[in-house]
Design a protein around this ligand. Structure first.
Ligand SMILES: NC(=O)c1ccc[n+]([C@@H]2O[C@H](COP(=O)([O-])OP(=O)(O)OC[C@H]3O[C@@H](n4cnc5c(N)ncnc54)[C@H](O)[C@@H]3O)[C@@H](O)[C@H]2O)c1
Length: 378
């Protein structure tokens, strides 16, 4: 061993020994005879740190055990509070500077800064399939972000019930603005039927006067092996998932073009099944339908770019809703198979789509169109 290797070894040994817990250091010789400790604190001092606890000991001073005068600056020391300090808050929030104004939203009042372009204040959004599941929770996000909402669903009764609940949610989130109440309506529609779609859009326009944004969440899946899939069921599935998206999007696009506005936008709800093949459940028509929804968004985005209508696609992975619960109730063992294939190791919750839908509808994404945003845990 040459001189420089010997020195390296000694440095390594002394630093490792110095960082050992006191219980060990107290009974173990700290440094080999003849070695030069690198710290300015002697080996003897380190060994006695735990027992001495005096204000001059730098190890004790910087530990969380140190209190009163013996405490030096250390992690957590800044969290001590001084009862003599009173932070005044104005009675009238309007007195606060613009950047200090509270933001209200899901979960109460927030003082976090956020981009104003994420707000949907003054907008009107339509969510098909909005009475339940992902559509309902995305509708909540739009209302929390300032939008009025038209819930469109086969199940109008549930839509009406949820519309009332959403108004209550908004009131709870915004206790300081009792006069500001979003307009939330519910409308019957079978999105697979062109007449029903046209009648519904007319009804929404009569109620709200305008539509700025569309989310197409009406859809369903079924599991049959391809060779046994009943043809009428397959047509129904494509009718709702594909035709329903197309019919509602084109109806709303005609209205947006008439208004000649520049902020119109849509988010189609596709699925990761539009890009991957789920296993083990057989669902070829659903997968093909969701691939069609994704490419419909890309195609309409190009076709309507001249009219400033943005069209994007959100593709969720496995989310816990009535739709997936029905599948899992029939085959509980699927839960294990699915989660073992999801990189983050768990199914998503509908709330995981809220940021995605607000982003894609709002001006925060004004240069994003024809895109697919996968929200699938990897
Ligand atoms: N849940 C998931 O894991 C998941 C994953 C990927 C994609 N998706 C897609 O998200 C969308 C919503 O799924 P969900 O889990 O919330 O389902 P869901 O069954 O909980 O809700 C679907 C809603 O759509 C309505 N609906 C069905 N057919 C309709 C029609 N013809 N006209 C109008 N409304 C109709 C239903 O009444 C219901 O309120 C679907 O398009 C689905 O394919 C869901």
């Amino acid at each position: 061993m040459n001189a420089s290797s010997a020195l390296r070894l000694l440095r390594h040994t002394s630093s490792r020994l110095a960082s050992r817990p006191a219980a060990v250091t107290a009974t173990t010789p700290l440094v080999k005879a003849g070695a030069r400790p690198l710290s300015t604190i002697s080996a003897q001092q380190i060994a006695h740190t735990q027992r001495k606890k005096n204000s001059s000991d730098p190890y004790h001073k910087s530990s969380t055990e140190a209190v009163g005068e013996s405490a030096g600056p250390h992690e957590g020391s800044a969290s001590r509070t001084d009862k003599d300090i009173v932070v005044e808050y104005p009675d009238d929030e309007a007195e606060l500077a613009a950047h200090e104004q509270p933001l209200r939203g899901r979960g109460g009042v927030h003082f976090v800064r956020t981009l104003p372009t994420f707000s949907l204040e003054g907008r009107t959004a339509v969510v098909t399939g909005g009475a339940r599941g992902l559509g309902l929770v995305m509708g909540q996000a739009l209302v929390s972000s300032g939008s009025d909402l038209a819930i469109v669903d086969l199940n109008k009764e549930e839509g009406e019930k949820q519309a009332k609940e959403l108004v209550e949610m908004f009131r709870r989130e915004n206790p300081h603005d009792p006069e500001v109440i979003p307009k939330i309506t519910a409308h019957y529609c079978d999105v697979s039927d062109p007449d029903s779609v046209n009648a519904c859009i007319k009804e929404v326009l009569e109620a709200h006067g305008k539509i700025d944004h569309l989310v197409t969440s009406a859809g369903f899946t079924e599991n049959f092996s391809a060779e046994t899939y009943p043809y009428d069921r397959m047509k129904k599935l494509w009718g709702v998932d594909v035709d329903g998206t197309y019919l509602f999007a084109t109806g709303v696009a005609r209205h947006l073009m008439e208004r000649n506005i520049t902020h119109g936008s849509m988010a189609f709800i596709g699925s990761m099944s539009g890009s991957i093949v789920n296993v083990p459940q057989p669902q070829a028509p659903y997968n093909a339908a969701k691939a069609a929804v994704r490419h419909l968004a890309a195609s309409l985005a190009v076709e309507w770019a001249h009219a400033h209508i943005r069209v994007n696609c959100i593709s969720p992975g496995y989310m816990l809703t009535a739709l997936t619960r029905k599948i899992l109730d029939e085959k509980p063992e699927l839960n294990k198979t699915w989660t073992s294939l999801i990189p983050v190791g768990k199914m998503g919750s509908p709330e995981d789509l809220q940021g995605a839908v607000v982003y894609l509808l709002s001006d925060a994404s004004r240069y994003v169109t024809g895109a697919e945003l996968r929200v699938d845990g990897g």
